[in-house]
Design a protein around this ligand. Structure first.
Ligand code: CMX
Length: 134
């Protein structure tokens, strides 16, 4: 059911400022998108397998703004690409894990996404993502 680690999310105050470091590494933001449901702007940096998703809050009540306020900039979540996000949510729920989303919602890049609470995953926020076939 699980395909790969799709991306690692990093909370930043400003996408363009954060991109400077990655440019020094020789990789750059190739796609920027707003995700209104999450009140964030995301910038994707692609490596051969797993992407880096820089997350900039657009509003002070965005989950990313709350995260930065509490912990500062840094690693925010790991996203697993799955074949079927609803099936994975049901599996985890039946095993007693705490879900943030019982139903998937729209994510960046034509995806259906859902989050598992960090308290159920050793302190790491987990995102599940399914590609929407168009
Ligand atoms: N990673 C690890 N722990 C986290 C966390 C994160 N990203 N965000 C919050 N926590 C921890 C907090 O430190 C806190 O722990 P303690 O109780 O030990 O202090 C606990 O979770 C509760 O945090 P909180 O500040 O009280 O925040 P909320 O309960 O209001 O919300 C969470 C926490 C995870 C449910 C919320 O941030 C959420 O719904 N996240 C999912 C949505 C999201 O993050 N979207 C952005 C990315 C979108 C994308 O990639 O498209």
């Amino acid at each position: 059911m699980l395909k790969k680690i799709d991306h690692i999310g990093i909370a930043v105050k400003n996408l363009e400022n954060a991109a400077v470091f990655y440019k020094a590494l020789g990789i750059k933001i190739s796609h920027i998108e707003e995700v209104p449901e999450q009140k964030i702007r995301v910038g994707f940096i692609y490596t051969s397998e797993t992407a880096i998703e820089l997350l900039e809050p657009l509003d002070s009540d965005s989950p990313v703004a709350k995260f930065i306020e509490k912990k500062g900039e840094g690693m925010h979540h790991i996203c697993f690409k799955v074949h079927d996000v609803r099936t994975m949510l049901t599996t985890l729920k039946n095993k007693g894990y705490r879900l943030i989303d019982n139903e998937p919602k729209s994510g960046a890049h034509n995806t259906l996404i859902a989050f598992v609470h960090p308290k159920s995953a050793n302190g790491v926020l987990i995102e599940l993502s399914q590609d929407i076939i168009q």
